[in-house]
Design a protein around this ligand. Structure first.
Ligand SMILES: [Zn+2]
Length: 504
């Protein structure tokens, strides 16, 4: 396993840690064009073998992604501790300083194939440049799924030219809660500032998709149904159960009673057409359909929804939601797409072809995997970096200021915790999430995301079960070692202009 020889190698701080690393005496000057890349079909997908000798650098991989991740490792090795120590520059023929890399052999491959980051742009819109910066940082940390939460109660962020009213009404709200986050329905004080119109055009999306593809990142758009759609209902109030909804997205936070009328055929047909357009824009294999936090209050009162329950012979409103999930899963399957939904969809026993995105208690992820669903795991207390890290003098506001997810807690995350071996086989991977009720700009966002997302990246790339779970750490995952590397890696993030929060 890990073998660190000599003091120079102690300055090496790879994040996420590779699976196996052996350090040797000597160094090699790093010149990207002189790196030798070879193919080795025997290596695992996305994996690589990196060999640095005094004579040169060789990278072997089975695929382009593996070579890409080897370059990311080389970049960190060459950066040392951000240019101040560690990698001592040598001089090339022209006298220009060149970084050097300690001699080593690194064998590396990801523990999980779904290594995601979710960005909520419904509550707050960050824009193309911030998203591209995040994609760069994801790639640097070997994350490969960008889950793009584009529709919410508070904003609709994707232009669907066939339905221009979606962004006309859905992408602009008259105001936002004062202090960023303290507004709930019963206690709403607005800041008096119009927010929007903010949305992505088809050209913007194509640009982001191309940028992501170059970095081996898959983009999974999330278009929520049947809840969290007040912004859609602002554009099309005819698709709500209740008449007379205001033609503006929701201004306050929290779970909304107003959802899509599941008994209205026109509403179902409309969503199909929205997904048609989303599939045209997004070529990826997966579409996230949300499905979380859908109160059944309106469905219980709505004659159309009740008529649907009766005509389909459903037991209750939970089964009506399952019908909605199954309807869009089947619809999207015909278009060659696989759906993923938040774990509330389990209540109605959807078909196992739907991937379940666990976000509440781990028991729902375990239940889903045991029922045969593939599972992506996020943990409200472990991978939701919209809650405070708990560092002193944190200048930013939070939706749940009393909750905590420390760096050590984030590092202790294990997507497979509590699962049987059979259930573990269904875990595709995990996602860390940035909900943006209280995130106002890229500095705020970066402070909340980093360094915890570095810890997350290690949990999904390096894998293993952390000490915090009091289990044997098969990949040598150890928080003290992570903290040592992270202290160095944080300097690199700061040097790159990323507003990384302090460690604890
Ligand atoms: Zn209804």
């Amino acid at each position: 396993m890990t073998n660190i020889l000599g003091i120079a190698a102690m300055a090496v701080a790879l994040v996420p840690a590779p699976k196996e690393q052996v350090w040797r005496e000597g160094t090699c000057a790093y010149v990207e064009k002189d790196v030798r890349y070879v193919r080795d079909a025997a290596l695992p997908p996305e994996g690589y073998r990196l060999e640095v000798t005094t004579g040169g650098i060789t990278v072997a991989s089975a695929d382009d992604a593996g070579a890409f991740y080897a370059r990311k490792t080389l970049k960190q090795l060459a950066a040392g501790d951000g240019g101040r120590a560690g990698a001592r520059p040598s001089r090339g023929a022209s006298g220009t300083p060149r970084p050097t890399i300690p001699c080593c052999v690194i064998n590396d491959a990801p523990a999980f194939r779904w290594r995601g980051f979710m960005l909520d742009e419904g509550r707050h819109f960050f824009g193309k440049e911030t998203v591209k910066g995040l994609l760069d940082q994801m790639a640097d940390h070997k994350l490969n799924v960008f889950h793009w939460h584009l529709t919410e109660d508070q904003g609709w962020r994707i232009d669907i030219p066939r339905f221009p009213e979606l962004v006309k009404y859905g992408s602009v709200r008259p105001e936002s809660p004062m202090h960023g986050c303290r507004g709930t329905k019963g206690d709403f004080r607005g800041n008096g500032q119009q927010y929007g119109p903010y949305f992505y055009t088809a050209d913007d999306i194509r640009e982001i998709l191309a940028y992501a593809k170059e970095r081996f990142i898959m983009v999974v758009p999330e278009i929520e149904v049947p809840g969290h759609i007040r912004a859609l209902l602002a554009a099309h109030p005819e698709f709500a159960c209740k008449e007379g909804l205001p033609r503006v997205p929701c201004m306050f936070n929290g779970v909304q009673d107003e959802v899509l009328c599941a008994g209205n055929d026109d509403a179902i047909r409309f969503m199909e057409q929205v997904y048609d357009e989303v599939c045209t824009l997004f070529p990826g294999a997966y579409i996230h359909i949300g499905g979380d936090e859908c109160p059944k209050k309106r469905w219980k009162e709505c004659p159309k929804c009740q008529a649907r329950i009766k005509s389909l012979g459903l037991k209750d409103e939970d089964e009506l939601q399952a019908w909605v999930t199954r309807h869009f899963t089947d619809y999207l399957a015909k278009k060659g797409r696989r759906t993923i939904g938040w774990d509330e969809i389990l209540a109605g026993n959807p078909g196992t072809e739907t991937i379940v995105h666990n976000w509440r208690k781990p028991k729902y992820g375990i239940e889903a995997a045991e029922k045969g669903h593939d599972v992506v795991v996020s943990g409200l207390g472990m991978t939701y970096f919209s809650v405070p890290q708990g560092v002193p003098d944190d200048p930013f506001t939070y939706l749940s200021p009393k909750m905590r997810c420390s760096l050590a807690k984030a590092y202790s995350f294990d997507p497979c915790a509590g699962m049987t071996d059979a259930a573990k086989k269904h875990v595709l991977g995990a996602e860390c999430c940035m909900w943006s009720e209280c995130v106002w700009n890229e500095y705020d966002l970066a402070f909340k995301l980093w360094p915890r997302a570095c810890a997350f990246a290690e949990t999904v790339w390096t894998g293993g079960i952390s000490d915090a779970q009091e289990r044997v750490p098969p990949a040598g995952r150890d928080f003290a070692d992570f903290a040592r590397r992270m202290a160095i890696h944080r300097k690199r993030l700061i040097a790159a202009g990323v507003n990384c929060a302090p460690l604890e």
